[in-house]
Design a protein around this ligand. Structure first.
Ligand SMILES: [Zn+2]
Length: 382
């Protein structure tokens, strides 16, 4: 009898989805400003629009990966569930903003009619995806959700995000008996909201690979620099990996091998949450990194390896940014192919061509490694 391997056809990803999330309309204008200056004939949809997600749904339904996907309906979260991560004052602010017909909560972040219901669906759908894994109904869940969540902090919205979907799921895992959870965030932006939520905890290792964008205003005071390490008991359990603009497949692969894999190995989590944003692709309007499908696939494969080694294969994947309307879907497909450990690519890259100069990224990764070795207690210990 042949032994079951990670490539067995029985390996599936359970995708949690609810079409009500398409009803969040973040508006149009000049990119994400919501403004019409009056002198442009053609305005554009806000980058965080439903088209990007429609293509992610359709590529998983009709693309070559479809036999490996099971679809599970999402659901709205209860208000009470949100309080495990967010403050009651902040949730009240959102409820009131919805009741009043909408509000711009911060730059580029518009709660319009329909947005709140979509946000509740994104949170509840992510909680269901985590619950599915916790209850042993499947090993790998993917919450295909919008609006995104990783910038939403316990007390404020930020960067197109209202509720921290991944953070809520992590808290659910902790409350359900998971002793330690690791979060690996590859969205091109710093997962500042998730970091903030667990900044004083040694139960959650938050790791974010992002472009070096720094703070972007009052809604995003965190800088994402290497020295934001966590506080108190949480000191060392927030690892920021700001990568130089233009870092591509090889640079990201090197950062995963040198920094992420060893840190997760030392932490020994019982559950991994992979937070994905395709805005780290070479063609994203919102990012300046250069991942292609090949790079995403390799990251998926490496995180799957971590889940197999440390978490009995248990892995929750949560959707964040990714704004190129077609390439984001292709990069998602590639990421999930990697997670499935498929030996041969099912889908070829239609547009990758960007030449990568990895030398600078490798230097930066070396200096981050040295900084962490000198400053992160759990990495120093033998
Ligand atoms: Zn992003």
């Amino acid at each position: 009898m042949a032994a079951l391997t990670a490539t067995a056809p029985a390996d599936r990803i359970h995708v949690f989805w609810h079409e009500g999330m398409l009803n969040h309309d973040s508006g149009h204008g000049v990119f994400d400003t919501g403004m019409d200056p009056g002198f442009l004939d053609v305005l554009e949809k806000h980058p965080e629009n439903s088209d990007r997600i429609k293509n992610m749904v359709s590529i998983l339904k009709r693309g070559p990966i479809s036999p490996y996907i099971s679809w599970v309906p999402g659901r709205p979260s209860l208000l009470s569930e949100l309080l495990s991560f967010h403050s009651p004052e902040y949730i009240n602010e959102l409820v009131e903003a919805d009741r009043d017909g909408g509000k711009m909560l911060c730059t580029g972040t518009f709660l319009n009619p329909g947005s709140w219901d979509a946000s509740l669906l994104a949170a509840g759908t992510t909680l269901s995806a985590m619950r599915h894994v916790l209850d042993g109904h499947g090993k790998i869940s993917y919450a295909l959700v919008r609006p995104p969540g990783h910038h939403a902090q316990p007390t404020q919205a930020d960067g197109y995000c209202f509720l921290n979907n991944a953070g809520l799921a992590v808290q659910l895992a902790l409350n359900s008996g998971c002793a330690k959870v690791a979060v690996v965030d590859i969205d091109v932006h710093y997962g500042n909201g998730t970091a903030e939520g667990f900044y004083r905890s040694d139960k959650v290792l938050t790791i974010s690979l992002h472009m070096n964008h720094g703070s972007w205003g009052p809604s995003h005071p965190q800088t994402g620099s290497v020295d934001e390490l966590g506080e108190g008991e949480g000191l060392g359990y927030n690892l920021n990996i700001p990568l130089p603009n233009g870092t591509g497949d090889q640079g990201y692969g090197h950062a995963m091998t040198e920094l992420v894999v060893p840190a997760v190995g030392k932490f020994e989590p019982e559950m991994i949450v992979l937070v994905i944003g395709q805005d780290s692709s070479a063609f994203d309007p919102n990012g300046r990194q250069c991942l292609t499908m090949e790079g995403y696939k390799e990251i998926g494969r490496m995180v799957r390896g971590l889940a197999d080694r440390h978490c009995r294969g248990r892995l929750l994947i949560v959707q964040e940014g990714g704004y190129h309307v077609t390439y984001s879907a292709y990069c998602l497909h590639a990421t999930l192919e990697g997670v499935l450990n498929l030996p041969v690519s099912l889908l070829s890259d239609p547009i990758a061509y960007y030449p990568e100069d990895k030398a600078f990224a490798i230097e930066v990764i070396k200096s981050i490694k040295k900084f962490q070795k000198d400053n992160v207690p759990f990495l120093i210990q033998d």
